[in-house]
Write a protein that binds this ligand. Structure first.
Ligand code: SF4
Length: 144
């Protein structure tokens, strides 16, 4: 199983490998009262943190490389769509609990891909409204 994606920013500081992602929600105000990012946003940064990297987009494994590090950290910036201003930042180190969380999700994803288990619907109309998957039978958006 290959999961392929493009991180917004990857860098290393004092031996810590850091993946930074920016999100531009339609309604940034809902983040003002929250103290944790959405689980799928955190999962996305964890997947990048535990990946091999390539400087250019490439599916050729010969161009992939590891970035040596002593610790891993994730940062999620929530930004205003119009101004680009950061209105909230979530960040933390990759703990053993988070690593297990990522492994559990990967295992479940592999089981779904293999047809061994059924996916659960997230039941969020807004998410379906913004989704670019065509002709999805499970689309909940009234606008489709
Ligand atoms: S349209 Fe389908 S694939 Fe897209 S978010 Fe909704 S359920 Fe998921």
């Amino acid at each position: 199983m290959l999961i392929f994606g493009r991180a917004d920013k990857v860098y290393r500081s004092q031996g810590t490998l850091i993946v930074e992602e920016s999100k531009f929600p339609f309604n940034p105000n809902k983040y003002l009262q929250t103290f944790e990012p959405y689980p799928d946003h955190k999962l996305q940064t964890l997947l990048y943190l535990n990946s091999l990297f390539a400087s250019e987009s490439s599916l050729d494994s010969r161009t992939w490389f590891a970035i040596p590090h002593s610790k891993k950290a994730w940062i999620i910036n929530v930004k205003d769509r119009k101004t680009g201003e950061t209105i909230k930042t979530f960040k933390g180190l990759q703990t053993s609990e988070l690593e297990q969380y990522m492994k559990d999700n990967l295992e479940r994803f592999a089981q779904i891909v293999a047809g061994q288990t059924q996916p659960q619907h997230h039941l969020r109309q807004n998410k379906c409204a913004k989704c670019r998957v065509e002709n999805c039978q499970h689309n909940l958006s009234p606008k489709r």
